[in-house]
Ligand binder design. Structure first.
Ligand SMILES: C[S@@+](CC[C@H](N)C(=O)[O-])C[C@H]1O[C@@H](n2cnc3c(N)ncnc32)[C@H](O)[C@@H]1O
Length: 251
């Protein structure tokens, strides 16, 4: 019988937490920490900005409080999110309830689209549709679940020398051990993940991240790049970046 262990990364969007009452100082701090994860600062919020899967909309709220001359839109599928950030009056920050995979915005509406801990790479096509030429997309982290499975695959195949076919079969069995109800993988899965993370060198882990970015670039036909935020961490995390070509400017 399979035994399960709860893992940090689940495949479903986590349930909303109850509303919290933060002071403006705390909101500002949370917003800045989210921007830092995305490799950005306030100075990078230029033009129209979209925060996809914004949760409690800290970036939008803090931008509003600062009165910065940037339109920051928060989008979240959870209807309760909007309630937490009522945006009164004629201000340049707003909150929209919608699915990130089908956004209610016209093509090329935003200069910067960010997604932190929300839809991950699945949101790429829609994000790019609403991005202006020359605009930038940033997603953090680059899918933890996918990266960890590639780490495991790399470890078994490249380091342990198991055949590609055997590893594929093993990974398939382990991945299908995911229990939706518990939000957990089997103990066998997490044991192998831990073994891979302990055994791979920093360079090997960075190589795996590059392989995932290359694969996503092929899949979407885009030149995606990335920035590794914690290259020395046991489980390094990357920001996925994309700049939409601006053909007018390039000629
Ligand atoms: C872990 S929270 C992250 C919130 C915030 N971005 C942050 O960094 O703290 C994930 C958020 O993504 C939202 N979300 C998940 N799937 C979504 C989708 N398809 N469209 C829009 N929002 C989504 C959830 O409702 C949730 O508020």
């Amino acid at each position: 019988m399979l035994k399960y262990t709860v893992v940090m990364q689940t495949r479903r969007a986590p349930e909303s937490n109850p509303p919290e009452t933060e002071s403006w100082g705390e909101i500002q701090q949370r917003a800045e920490s989210q921007l830092e994860d995305l490799g950005l600062g306030w100075e990078d919020l230029i033009g129209n900005v979209l925060d996809v899967g914004s949760g409690e909309s800290f970036i939008t709220k803090a931008a509003r409080e600062q009165g910065i001359d940037t339109e920051v839109t928060s989008l979240d599928i959870d209807p309760r999110r909007g309630e937490w950030s009522p945006l009164p009056g004629e201000i340049r920050q707003r909150s929209v309830q919608a699915d990130a995979l089908e956004m209610p915005f016209a093509d090329e509406s935003f200069d910067l689209v960010v997604a932190r801990g929300s839809v991950g790479f699945l949101g790429i096509p829609e994000a790019i549709r609403v991005l202006r030429p020359g605009g930038e997309l940033r997603i953090y982290p680059l899918s933890t679940g996918v990266v960890e499975q590639w780490m495991m695959f790399y470890y078994l195949h490249e380091v342990q020398g198991e055949s590609q076919e055997d590893v594929m079969d093993k990974m398939q069995a382990l991945s299908s051990s995911y229990n939706e109800e518990l939000g957990a993988y089997s103990l066998e899965y997490t044991a192998l993940r831990d073994e891979a993370l302990e055994s791979l060198s920093k360079d090997q882990k960075l190589e795996v991240i590059q392989m995932v970015v290359d694969t996503l670039s092929d899949r979407y036909g885009l030149s995606l790049t990335h920035i590794v935020r914690e290259p020395d961490a046991r489980e390094p995390k990357a920001i996925l970046c994309y700049t939409k070509p601006d053909l007018f400017r390039e000629f």
